[in-house]
Design a protein around this ligand. Sequence first.
Ligand code: ADP
Ligand code: MG
Length: 386
Amino acid sequence: MSGDVAARATEGFRQRYAAEPAGHWAAPGRVNLIGEHTDYNDGFVLPFALPLRTVVAAAPGPDARWTVWSELDDAPVEFGAAEADEPGRVDGWAAYVAGVVWALRAAGLDVPGARLAIASDVPVGSGLSSSAAIEAAVLAALVDLGGLDLPADRWPRLAQRAENEYVGAPTGIMDQSVVVRGRAGHALFLDCRTEEVEQIPFDLDAAGLAVLVIDSRAPHRHADGEYAARRRSCERAAATLGVTALRDVPTDGLDAALARLDDDETRRRVRHVVTENQRVLDTVALLRADRVRETGPLLTASHASMRDDFEITVPEIDTAVEAALAAGAYGARMTGGGFGGCVLALVDADAAEKVAAAVTTAYADRGFTAPHTLTALPAPGVTRLP
Ligand code: ADP
Ligand code: MG
């Protein structure tokens, strides 16, 4: 068994249920290397799984009853088939667990009753997808405990349904895809239209590099409303241009497309999406050619596009990017939907601490709440722990 987080899940299980778990299942958080607000435009994203994980210790329980405890909340939550079968009946954090039970049952599977205890190193609500991590770890546990016949390529869709339809949070397929399918030393190239995935070598370790992830700690300001507004703007532009989605505007047709739009704001939104899709493709091409450092300028260009054209960054985020670049990062950008969340910077592994310190100093100079930082290498997706 690996590390403290699994030990915490075991300990929670023993205390709560006075028994030993039958096994442990772990699923990672994730960051998106590049490709922001491209998902709902049928475009491309390139996330990778983090070494931070959520661990579920679990054992079979009474038929069609589930009890779940998380270290985030003292009180365990118990529910049966009636609650699981009606989206919304279980609310709060346990909805992510009930949602997985619901999605599996809705797919016609005989989900085993279970007792679960959950511990996690993935920060909650920072944009590193603790939600997909808990979904995938619970799903893996239930599939194994029940001996369910469910190939792993169906897991992302079911976990996404749990989040969209049971919890009621509208998300694309990216988080669940990479949390399930992530591979050490690789990023996952995902075509959000076809849902085809490809493992792209991203061996930072071999290149002497690391990705520094900086949790900006910026309070989320109007994130939901702004997200909806960006989405509407993209959908309207696609309709005006007569395409299914902005993915269908080719890079070499961008100028012609922009000329057909009559307001400047919409033109900038479209320019972000079209150039961002191209940057994902360019990043993939560089990684395939083992030219990892050269992806830096693409990351930084992605940030400029989010700041100036899509207008989804905030002062803390821009400060972290500028400080990381000034301290020698090859590239840096906000990752995630925006208005808060995390920044990532591509750095020499032995410079990670220096870059993190520079960001912390820049934050202190401006009176921002100190950022949290971690150094990440691409890690595996969901697995059962030995
Ligand atoms: P993110 O996925 O960026 O961390 P979300 O808002 O999508 O943020 O998901 C966070 C929510 O997921 C939490 O508020 C909680 O309801 C649930 N969650 C995630 N991890 C855990 C955990 N270890 N224990 C209990 N609930 C969790
Ligand atoms: Mg989430």
